[in-house]
Each structure stands twice: as C-alpha cells, then as structure tokens.
Ligand binder design. Structure first.
Ligand SMILES: [Zn+2]
Length: 113
C-alpha cells in the first residue's frame, strides 16, 4: 500500500499552495482519482487522518471523485468505458484503442469555510 506516501505528498502540495495564497481556513480537500489509477480511493480515505495529522489540514474533510477510464476505438471512434466493456470496443469488437482518461490523480479543489 503506497497510498500513505502519495497522500503525504498531496498534503504538502496543498499546504504550500495555501501558504502562498494565505489560505488558513480549509474545510474540505477534493481529489479526483481515475478508476485506472494505481491509487485506491478507499485506501486514500483510510490513511488521510494519519497523513494530515499535525499539518494545517488536520480536521479537514476529504472528498474523492472517481474519473471513468474511457477509451476511444481507433477503428470506429466509439468512446467506451475500459472496465465495463472488458477492454474491447462494444460496437465493432476492436481492441485497438487509445486511453482518454482514468489514470489521473488530481487536486481538484480546496474548499475554504
Ligand atoms: Zn470500435
């Protein structure tokens, strides 16, 4: 489980952003995690309290939005979900596609109160 290290890095990034912008009243941190990312949302949630302990994000809430793993078929240009369609174009059956989204790990928003 590498999520703790990842979350600690995110917390550091948010802290320096907040300091630069003189934000002291953070209520909620919103992350976007792609469903094909190597980071597992449940583990991120589980280790968040430990990662923020003793930082300015202590006592903040964490929200996670899941971004779908979408592919575009090179044969017919259909956009489909990688997991639901079992890595295969649902229209033409082709396996020649390009990943459009789903590997992201983004800080979407810092909500102040
Ligand atoms: Zn296709």
């Amino acid at each position: 489980m590498h999520e703790l290290g990842v979350v600690i890095q995110i917390v550091k990034t948010v802290e320096s952003f907040a300091q630069e912008n003189e934000i002291t009243n953070i209520d909620t941190l919103v992350l976007q995690i792609g469903e094909l990312s190597s980071v597992i949302p449940k583990y991120v949630k589980d280790c968040y309290p430990a990662a923020v302990y003793g930082t300015m994000l202590q006592d903040t809430k964490l929200e996670i939005e899941i971004l779908p793993g979408n592919c575009m078929c090179h044969n017919c240009n259909k956009v489909f979900n990688f997991i639901k369609c079992n890595r295969q174009c649902p229209d033409c059956g082709d396996r020649d596609w390009e990943l459009l989204s789903g590997r992201e790990l983004l800080i979407k928003e810092i909500i102040a109160y």
